[in-house]
Design a protein around this ligand. Sequence first.
Ligand code: PEP
Length: 261
Amino acid sequence: MRDRKPFVGGNWKMNTNRTTSAELTRGVVDALAPVTGTDIAIFPPFPYLLAVRSILRDRGSSIQLGAQDCYHKPDGAFTGEVSLDMLKDCGVQTVLAGHSERRHVLGEDDEIVNTKLRAIVEAGLTGVLCIGETLDQRESGHTDPVNQRQLRGGLADVSADALEKIVIAYEPVWAIGTGKTATPEDAQDVHAKLRKLLGQMYNADVAKRTRIIYGGSVKASNAEELFRQPDIDGGLIGGASLKAPEFAGIVKAAAATGSKG
Ligand code: PEP
């Protein structure tokens, strides 16, 4: 049985420009050159994917190129959308599905997220399925049902084999970009419940080998205590991924905690 190697993703969101995306890529590559034992991905905005890929390739980096979103149709009259074939053509290896900003700002529901995730996996890419409750949902005691619904909805009609190519990101919406982080114990509690649910939806092997990462105001200073929790397998990082030394500190924390399983 395969161990769960840590996974750390840097979601740049709608930030950087042509100059700063290149600078940030070089900074991250240089800072992380000696780090092993962790899967690392960076998710630049679409217009900078090719330039970021060139830098990663020129420097022989193993950092994966990620996309923040995709459209599930292969081609056609879908103005403004970007297909998985286009992303593959640009060297993308990993794609986010259902980030909270896509759900709550841009109106994506579980059905759309599931359609995208299935398309990502069918394209042979790794999908990062993002789920998480809002502050209202947490305060009204609905954290578990919301995360269970999003996990079941996101993974509808996804086979056990396909889970090999899926990472689950638990990102409480109230912690994203707010500076508020779930306590390691609260995050661990949700992760353990999600893993248990994977066992019920699939089997014990899938539950044991699927990586469940945490996102929500992770910084170099709080990463290690989060990643030390037994069911937290790394992180999806927003704001702190825009500073190379800070992102590198988070990846090093993941590497220090090692694989689990
Ligand atoms: C995110 O964008 O997925 C995220 C977790 O953002 P931040 O780290 O800024 O909270």
